[in-house]
Design a protein around this ligand. Structure first.
Ligand code: PA5
Length: 447
C-alpha cells in the first residue's frame, strides 16, 4: 500500500538507532495508555478511532446537505479560532489554487476566515469585500463562548441579515458546536440555523475529521471522502498491534523524545511546498497546546522553504544548537514547468535548461538537509507522495496519533489546555466583563 513514509536515519549521528530502540518499551507503554484509554485526559480520545467510525452515509449526508449552499456561495467565511479553524484552513490552503481569489472561472467557493483574530481593520476590510460577494458562514465553536469568534459572528450575522434578509441569512449560516451546551448552541436553536455537533470527546485541535473540518471543506469542494479514507488508512498503519519499527507514529514519537532528551528542545517543521504553510500552523497548535505543560515540551516552530532559508536559514545553520528538523517532502508536483533556454544566458542558468522547477526545489531540500546536518541539526523526513486530500488525511492523522503517544511519553496530559485560560482572565478583567470585578480591580492595580 502506497503511503506516507518516515525516515529517521538522519538523526543517528545525534541519537543512535540503539538509543531510539531503547525507548521502544516506553513508547509502546505510552501507546497502550492511549489505546486502553486509561491515561490523563482519557475523556478526549474520540479522535483516535474516528476515521474508521465515520460511516460513508455520514459523508454522503454532509455532501448532500451542503450542495445547495455550495451552489449559491462565492465566499465561505469560516468563523472560528484555534482548533476550530486551523484544520479546515490547513486542508483548504493545501489543496486550493494558489491564486483562487483572483482566478476567473473558479467554481468552488473561496474559503475566508474570521474570528481567528481581533483585528478591527481586518473585519472592516472583510465586510467591505463581503458587500460585493455572495457569501455564507460556517460558525464553529465547541464551547460556544470563545470571545474572538463570538465577536466576529455577531458582526457578520448582522451584516448578512442586512444584506440578504433574515430568512435567507438563516439558510446561509451553519453552526458547528456542542450538542447541548454553550451560547452558540442556544443561538443556533433560537435562530433555526442548520447545525452539526462537535463530539464531546474530541478536543478542538483533534477535530479536523469531525464536522469542524468536514463541513467547511465539503462546501469549498474538497474531496472529504478521500480525506477520511486517508486518515483511516493511516489509523491502520498506526495500529498498536504493529511492531515498534513498523509503526510510523510510534517511531516519530520515540525519535522526537530521544532528541528532546539529548538537548534538542525545538522542533522545526519544514516544508518545501508553499501550500503547506497552514499544515504547519495546524501542527504547531497540535503539538504546542498538547505538550507545552509543567515546564516541559518540545517547542514547535515552522519554516517555509526555500523562502525562509533567506531569513531563518542563518540561525538554523549556525545559531544555538537546540534544534531538530522534521521535513515534509512532497514527492510529486501537480504540474510541470521547465526551465527555458536563453541564448544570452546572462543569469547563467542554462545548465538547468529543460529541468523541472521541482528538480531545483528537491536539490534545495537535499542540499539544505545535508548542510543542516553538518551544522548540528538532526533531521526527520516525512515523505508525502503528492498533495491531495487522501495524503493529507494520512498526514494529519499520523501527527495526531504520534502526538497522543508523545504527550504521554512526556508525562503530561496531551488533551487539555489549562494555560489558554490565563490571557482570557486578564482580558476579561481589563474589558470589565460582568463577573470579573475583583480581577478588574486587581489587574488595574498593576498598571
Ligand atoms: O484545541 C483547542 O481546544 C482550542 O484551540 C480551541 O479549539 C479554541 O480555543 C477554540 O475553542 P472553541 O471551539 O470552544 O471556540
Amino acid at each position: 500500500m502506497e503511503q506516507i513514509t518516515l525516515d529517521i536515519s538522519r538523526v543517528y549521528d545525534f541519537v543512535s538507532a540503539e538509543e531510539i530502540k531503547k525507548l521502544s518499551g516506553e513508547t509502546l507503554s505510552a501507546q497502550q495508555t492511549l489505546y486502553q484509554g486509561d491515561g490523563q485526559g482519557n475523556d478526549y480520545l474520540g479522535w483516535l478511532h474516528l476515521p474508521s467510525e465515520i460511516a460513508q452515509e455520514q459523508i454522503v449526508g454532509i455532501e448532500t446537505a451542503v450542495a445547495g449552499l455550495k451552489e449559491k456561495t462565492e465566499v465561505l467565511v469560516v468563523v472560528g479560532i484555534g482548533g476550530s479553524y486551523l484544520g479546515a484552513r490547513a486542508v483548504n490552503d493545501a489543496l486550493a489554487h494558489n491564486f483562487s481569489h483572483l482566478k476567473k472561472g473558479q467554481k468552488a467557493p473561496h474559503m475566508l476566515f474570521a474570528g481567528h483574530n481581533i483585528g478591527e481593520d481586518y473585519m472592516h476590510e472583510l465586510l467591505e469585500l463581503l458587500d460585493e460577494q455572495s457569501y455564507s458562514i460556517v460558525v464553529i465553536s465547541k464551547s460556544g463562548t470563545t470571545t474572538e469568534p463570538a465577536l466576529a459572528f455577531r458582526i457578520l450575522k448582522n451584516h448578512l441579515e442586512e444584506k440578504v434578509g433574515k430568512k435567507e441569512a438563516r439558510d446561509r449560516i451553519i453552526a458547528v458546536t456542542d450538542s447541548s451546551k454553550g451560547a452558540l448552541r442556544q443561538l443556533a436553536t433560537d435562530e433555526g440555523y442548520r447545525s452539526y455537533v462537535i463530539p464531546d470527546n474530541v478536543g478542538g485541535r483533534f477535530s479536523v475529521f469531525t464536522p469542524v473540518g468536514l463541513i467547511p471543506l465539503a462546501i469549498c469542494g474538497v474531496d472529504i471522502r478521500q480525506l477520511v479514507a486517508g486518515a483511516k488508512e493511516m489509523s491502520q498503519s498506526c495500529d498498536p498491534a504493529l511492531p515498534f519499527e513498523e509503526n510510523p507514529a510510534a517511531l516519530y514519537a520515540a525519535t522526537r523524545n530521544a532528541l528532546y532528551r539529548s538537548g534538542k528542545k525545538i522542533e522545526l517543521l519544514v516544508n518545501y511546498h508553499n501550500k503547506l504553510h497552514y499544515v504547519s500552523e495546524w501542527w504547531k497548535q497540535l503539538y504546542g497546546e498538547s505538550e507545552g505543560k509543567k515546564g516541559k515540551g518540545i517547542f514547535p516552530a515552522a519554516v517555509d522553504n526555500s523562502t525562509d532559508l533567506h531569513s531563518m536559514g542563518q540561525y538554523i545553520q549556525e545559531g544555538e544548537r537546540t534544534l531538530f528538523e522534521t521535513v515534509i517532502s512532497v514527492e510529486k508536483t501537480d504540474h510541470q514547468v521547465k526551465v527555458p533556454g536563453d541564448p544570452a544566458n546572462l543569469d547563467q542558468l542554462n545548465y538547468l535548461e529543460g529541468k523541472n522547477i521541482d528538480h531545483v526545489n528537491k536539490m534545495a531540500e537535499l542540499g539544505t538537509i545535508l548542510a543542516h546536518l553538518d551544522g548540528g541539526v538532526p533531521n526527520i523526513r516525512i515523505s508525502v507522495p503528492a498533495l491531495n486530500a487522501h495524503w493529507l488525511g494520512q498526514l494529519l492523522y499520523f501527527f495526531e496519533n504520534a502526538c497522543g503517544i508523545s504527550g504521554y511519553m512526556l508525562g503530561i496530559n496531551p488533551f487539555n489546555q489549562p494555560g489558554v485560560e490565563a490571557y482570557k482572565k486578564n482580558m476579561f478583567a481589563l474589558l470589565e466583563k460582568p463577573g470579573f470585578e475583583e480581577e478588574s480591580a486587581q489587574i488595574k492595580s498593576r498598571l
